[in-house]
Design a protein around this ligand. Structure first.
Ligand SMILES: Cc1ncc(COP(=O)(O)O)c(C=O)c1O
Length: 327
């Protein structure tokens, strides 16, 4: 019998990451946070970075990573990934981006907003650079269940004990389970790093709510398999529809390998701001503005496609209709 306690939740979380991600940890190697976002701040605090030190972020990237860098008075170093290059993570560019002032590399895999799932070679490349230069890593694996076409998600920290020693890996229940409001995340790190994280978190981060704990136990302990299978079936359907429709509208559509976030590039003769406003105000469809994710997001808009075919179809019809008025 599992009770809704922090201890039981950590047991279930450790079991989940051992089974799914290939870790070999116990409940004592898990720390519960209020979602993945606090793990970004915590990793910066624990990296030993001083104001002005550098943190690698990809461009584009989920914008709270940029916010964490800014609020801690660190300097972001942009590791650019390009749509024309299929958003490959170019290891030679990462090598050029790091220097003596680099204290942390932020990794998001599966990647928001590009939808890329990193290959084992890319992850090895990141691991080698981090180990050679003794740079800490924080990897956000929140989307690791949402991976298409039989791809396998690989956890960076499982590649070697050396990289595990430098890495904080974070997960949560907000995406697979659609429960962002419960603000429940969990992270793991090797014991020495964990000790540092707990010191920094003390008195600032207070785990999460009882509801978040109860929901994690219910989701991760027993109900996972059928839920994930069924949402992946639905997401595969809507991914096909959205890819086809955006392509027909003349957009460049990056291959969605993971996540349920589409990041089409609109090939229209107007500014990014005009495009965003047009779709929001005339089509009345709320998409994420691409530039929020970094300069590489210019002329991209981000759409969450996790919905029914009917709702998705309606949104796409409205976007198509307003685009026709400007071409
Ligand atoms: C990559 C990524 N990390 C973190 C979050 C936020 O996660 P949480 O709600 O667990 O803080 C999101 C939400 O969109 C996300 O896409």
């Amino acid at each position: 019998m599992l009770y809704n306690t922090d201890v039981n939740a950590r047991e279930v979380m450790a079991e989940r990451v051992n089974k799914k991600n290939g870790f070999k940890i116990t409940k004592d190697d898990i720390y519960i946070t209020q979602g993945v976002i606090p793990a970004m701040w915590l990793s910066i605090q624990n990296s030993g970075a001083k104001p002005g030190d550098e943190i690698v972020v990809t461009d584009p990237m989920y914008f709270p990573f940029f916010v964490a860098v800014e609020t801690c008075n660190m300097k972001p170093t942009y590791w650019k990934i390009h749509e024309e290059d299929g958003y490959k993570f170019n290891i030679e560019s990462l090598k050029k981006a790091v220097n003596k002032k680099t204290k942390l590399i932020f990794v998001c895999n599966p990647h928001n907003p590009s939808g890329r799932v990193m290959t084992k070679e890319e992850l090895k490349g990141i691991a080698d650079i981090a180990v050679d230069n003794k740079i800490n890593i924080m990897v956000d694996e929140l989307w690791d269940d949402i991976v298409f076409d039989g791809r396998k998600h690989v956890s960076l920290a499982t590649l070697s004990p050396e990289v595990a020693d430098l890495t904080v890996t974070s997960w949560g229940i907000s995406k697979t389970w659609g429960l962002p409001g419960l603000q429940c995340g969990y992270l793991t790190a090797t014991p020495k790093t964990m000790e540092g994280l707990k010191k920094h978190a003390k008195g600032v981060l207070r785990g999460t709510s009882t509801l978040g704990i109860a929901a994690s136990i219910a989701a991760l302990d027993r109900h996972g398999e059928y839920w994930i299978r069924d949402i992946m079936n639905q997401l595969t359907k809507v991914r096909g529809i959205a890819t086809k429709r955006f392509t027909e509208m003349g957009c460049t559509v990056p291959e969605l390998q993971g996540t349920y976030l589409m990041f089409p590039k609109f090939n229209v003769k107007m500014t990014h701001e005009e495009l965003y406003k047009l779709i929001q105000e005339k089509a009345k469809v709320g998409l994420g503005t691409g530039t929020e994710f970094g300069p590489e997001g210019e002329m991209h808009l981000r759409m969450t496609i996790a919905t029914s075919e009917a709702i998705l179809g309606e949104a796409l019809d409205r976007i198509e209709k307003v685009l026709k008025t400007v071409k």
